[in-house]
Design a protein around this ligand. Structure first.
Ligand code: MG
Length: 279
C-alpha cells in the first residue's frame, strides 16, 4: 500500500477564529493543535503566524516558537513555513527562512485572490527561491494557475530549484482556479510533461477540500492537504472540532482509496527530506 503524506495547514492568514474558535492563533495554541494533528496522522505542518494584539513579537520570533514546539512535541514531523500571506509586506515573507524549516511554500507567479491581487513578481520569486536554496529548505511550489508550473520550470533551469520539486495545486480559491476534476487532469498532465520527477499534492479550499482530496488520491498523489486554513467545516452544518478531526477524515479517505497514511520517516523519504537533520 502506497503511503500518503498528510499535510495539515493549521491556521492560515485569514482571521477565521470568529468563524471557528478552534483555529489556533497563539504559538501555544498552534503547538497544541499541531500535536493533536500529529497524533491523528499528520506528518507535515504548514504554518502561518499572526501578530495579534496579544503578543508584541515579530513574525520570526513567532515562527521560531512554533517550530521549537513542534520539533519538541512532534518528533520527525516536517515543518513547513508559509512565505505567502495576503497583503503581507513582501520583505516580511522571507524574513524567517534563516530559521531553516524543513520546507517553505513558494508561489511562482501572481494570481487574483478574493479581494486582492496576490503579487509574486519574478524578481521576488527568484530571491525567495535563492534564500531557500541557500538555507537548505525544500520548497513546496504553490500552483494557482497553469503558468505557475512554468514559473517552477524556469527556476529549475536557473539552478534555483532541483529537478524533483514538490508541487501543490490549489483549487477553489475565489477568482483563481475552480475546483474541477478536468482542470486537475490538465495541470497534472502538464506537470508530468515538464517536471516528470516532481512529487505532488492538491489542496481544495472550503467545501472543495474533500472532493479535491479524493481526486488527488485517485491519481496517486504523494500527499494530501487538510486543515483549518483551507476549510473550517466538517459538513455544511457542523464546524470542525479541531485540525485533528480534519486529519482523521483525511485518513479515512486514504484508507477508502486502498492506501495508508505515511509515517514521518516515510513522509521524509517521499518528499526527499531524509538527509535533513534528525529531530
Ligand atoms: Mg498557507
Amino acid at each position: 500500500m502506497n503511503p500518503v503524506v498528510v499535510a495539515v495547514a493549521i491556521t492560515g492568514s485569514v482571521p477565521r477564529k470568529k468563524d471557528n474558535p478552534a483555529v489556533p492563533i497563539t504559538a501555544a495554541e498552534q503547538i497544541e493543535s499541531t500535536h493533536q494533528a500529529y497524533e491523528a496522522g499528520a506528518s507535515l505542518v504548514h504554518i502561518h503566524v499572526r501578530n495579534g494584539d496579544e503578543s508584541p513579537s515579530s513574525d520570526a520570533e513567532r515562527f521560531a516558537a512554533v517550530q521549537a514546539g513542534v520539533v519538541r512535541h512532534c518528533p520527525g514531523m516536517i515543518v513547513q513555513f508559509s512565505t505567502g500571506g495576503r497583503g503581507r509586506d513582501p520583505a516580511q515573507r522571507g524574513s524567517s527562512l534563516y530559521l531553516k524549516p524543513d520546507m517553505a511554500s513558494l508561489s511562482t507567479g501572481s494570481v487574483n485572490f478574493p479581494t486582492i491581487v496576490y503579487e509574486n513578481h519574478t524578481f521576488f520569486v527568484r530571491d525567495l527561491a535563492a534564500k531557500m536554496r541557500d538555507n537548505g529548505i525544500r520548497p513546496e511550489i504553490e500552483v494557482f494557475d497553469l503558468l505557475h508550473l512554468h514559473g517552477a520550470l524556469r527556476l529549475v533551469e536557473a539552478g534555483l530549484l532541483d529537478d524533483h520539486p514538490h508541487v501543490q495545486f490549489v483549487m477553489g480559491v475565489e477568482n483563481a482556479l475552480p475546483a474541477d476534476e478536468h482542470l486537475l487532469d490538465l495541470l497534472l498532465g502538464e506537470l508530468r510533461r515538464i517536471l516528470p520527477k516532481a512529487t505532488w499534492t492538491a489542496a481544495g479550499i472550503g467545501r472543495y477540500q474533500a472532493p479535491v482530496m479524493e481526486w488527488a488520491l485517485q491519481r496517486e498523489a504523494n500527499a494530501v492537504r487538510t486543515g483549518l486554513e483551507d476549510n473550517i467545516r466538517v459538513t455544511k452544518e457542523r464546524l470542525a472540532r479541531n485540525n485533528a478531526e480534519l486529519v482523521e477524515i483525511a485518513g479515512d479517505m486514504i484508507a477508502r482509496q486502498g492506501r495508508r497514511v505515511a509515517t514521518c520517516d516515510e513522509a521524509r523519504k517521499i518528499l526527499d527530506l531524509s538527509g535533513r537533520r534528525a529531530v
